[in-house]
Write a protein that binds this ligand. Sequence first.
Ligand SMILES: Nc1ncnc2c1ncn2[C@@H]1O[C@H](COP(=O)(O)OP(=O)(O)OP(=O)(O)O)[C@@H](O)[C@H]1O
Ligand SMILES: [Mg+2]
Length: 256
Amino acid sequence: MTCVMAIANQKGGVGKTTTAINLGAALAAKGERVLLVDCDAQGNASSGLGVRVVDAEATLYGFLCHDVPPPLHRPVDSLPLWLLPSNPTLAAAEWELAAQSGAETVLAHKMDGLWQDFDAIILDCPPSLGLLTVNSLCAAQSVLIPLQCEYFAMEGLTLLLETIRKIKMRWNPHLRIRGIVLTMFDRRNNLCHQVAMEVRQHLGGRVFKTMIPRNVRLSECPSHGLPITVYDRNSAGARAYMALADELLETERCGG
Ligand SMILES: Nc1ncnc2c1ncn2[C@@H]1O[C@H](COP(=O)(O)OP(=O)(O)OP(=O)(O)O)[C@@H](O)[C@H]1O
Ligand SMILES: [Mg+2]
């Protein structure tokens, strides 16, 4: 069964895109056919894989708003990883979608015809709870929430969980929280240990065992347009995302 997973947290810079790219690539390295959908007008998931599209119609914007066939790219020859890219024109989609009835479920309907070609579809959400994130959560079966190991890590989590609960009630009863992944963990920093402990105390079994370390190779790889598993497969970052992929595959893929 295809797993459609949104990577969401309205807090900015917590590692959503880094996780979307590198977890997607790690799953692909394990033989899964993965589609990464860049649902953020910043287009970081696209540029991070070396894909920069100028023509708005050849992006998620055209697919969502103008019935263009999905413009799929295969950025890394060696991996069964496809990308539906975005660029800043996606910002206009928020307005254009808002004018339609059923604005929240446009992506879910459009993706109906895409499911069967992939084992996993990963939706990289923007740092807001606006219509593009709502569309992603309506299209997904599960949500993976990256939390950065820093003070105020859980700030905003209540609002995100409440949003997920409302989306379940109104549009997508099957939506489940797949898990919370702690990102940018620095083992030399006491605060990181404290935050990780607190998050586990509060959220217990929902937190993945694998933590993503703060790793300079992870911050370098987007400028080379490569996922970490290709850029430096022996780095701590690559090992962590491979372990997270294992953890996901060991358990029911879309289960909560
Ligand atoms: N584990 C890590 N180690 C080192 N740097 C990281 C790590 N994870 C993310 N970064 C860096 O932190 C910054 C923010 O990460 P990222 O873009 O993945 O966050 P985001 O949640 O997608 O941000 P936004 O909310 O703007 O979409 C980027 O510069 C990224 O390279
Ligand atoms: Mg991002």
